[in-house]
Design a protein around this ligand. Structure first.
Ligand code: NAI
Length: 258
């Protein structure tokens, strides 16, 4: 495996590449954006109504010497996501990497889960990933290269009581990933899913104390993951070194789903 020579940070090289990342104003998406930028990639990212944090992220990315731009855009809106992708291609030139990371939770047992809670989570987490994939698809086909990295979850593999909407969306993302891998493999486009376990972010900080304790107790490594644990794998999957890996679902969970 080649180590990064240009930046000398001992990892993979993404210099000259441009990535679109959804949901990178904070959390895992931001961690991926910073990792990509530290490896030389320009980053365009989307967030939803999180302008202040998005601006901070843009500044942190630019401080790493790359181009960065934030777009306030609901990924569940097909036309709006198309508009952003078209703008990014226009402004940045070729896009090489798409990371579908934006996600929300509306937890509850099915008995009490509102239909609107099911629909909202499917719309953002699954339909959002479809919207982005569909809208970047012609560009990747034309360029005959591209990387799609979908941030799924171990609950998309195992299911989870209280998360029927979220687990369905995350399982759907795995089906989407494998279908895209089959459709676009001949065009030199790879699609892979990362299935994080319990990662410390605003999303998990918002969980009830008891649920957080139970999640931590279920992790063989006895600690929550950090955003960098996910970002390191995303950087590898985006790099030239991962060019023959497609249709994979890789858990990053400290053993939680074993
Ligand atoms: P977070 O809540 O800290 O950040 C979510 C990001 O998505 C924010 O930038 C937000 O603006 C953006 N976003 C939300 N709705 C959006 C929409 N409709 N359109 C565009 N952007 C939108 O979440 P976190 O923890 O960083 O999670 C990121 C991804 O990782 C999510 O897909 C989540 O399901 C997944 N994940 C997280 C785990 C964890 O333990 N934190 C575990 C497994 C998966």
């Amino acid at each position: 495996m080649l180590l990064c020579k240009h930046r000398g940070r001992g990892m993979f090289e993404l210099t000259g590449k441009t990535a679109i990342i959804t949901g990178a104003s904070r959390g895992i998406g931001k961690g991926i954006a910073l990792k990509f930028a530290s490896l030389g990639a320009n980053v365009a990212f989307m967030h939803f109504n999180d302008g202040e944090k998005a601006e901070e992220t843009v500044k942190e990315l630019e401080a790493l010497g790359v181009r960065a731009k934030a777009y306030d855009c609901n990924v569940a809106d097909f036309e709006a996501s198309k508009k952003v992708i078209d703008e990014v291609i226009e402004e940045f030139g070729e896009v090489h990497i798409l990371v579908n990371n934006a996600g929300i939770v509306r937890d509850g047992l099915i008995l009490s889960m509102k239909e609107s809670d099911f629909d909202a989570v499917i719309s953002v987490n699954l339909k959002g990933a479809f919207n982005m994939t569909k809208n970047i698809y012609p560009h990747f086909m034309k360029k005959r290269r591209g990387r799609i990295i979908n941030i799924s979850s171990i609950v998309g593999i195992n299911g989870n009581a209280g998360q029927a909407n979220y687990a369905s969306a995350k399982a759907g993302m795995i089906g989407l990933t494998k279908s895209v891998a089959k459709e676009l493999g001949s065009r030199n486009v790879t699609a892979n899913a990362i299935a994080p376990g319990f990662i410390k972010t605003d999303m998990t900080d918002g969980m009830p104390e008891k649920a957080r304790e139970a999640a931590l107790a279920a992790i063989p490594m006895k600690r929550a993951g950090q955003v960098d644990d996910i970002a390191n794998l995303a950087a590898f999957l985006a790099s030239d070194e991962a060019s023959y890996i497609t249709g994979e679902v890789i858990r990053v969970d400290g053993g939680m789903a074993i």
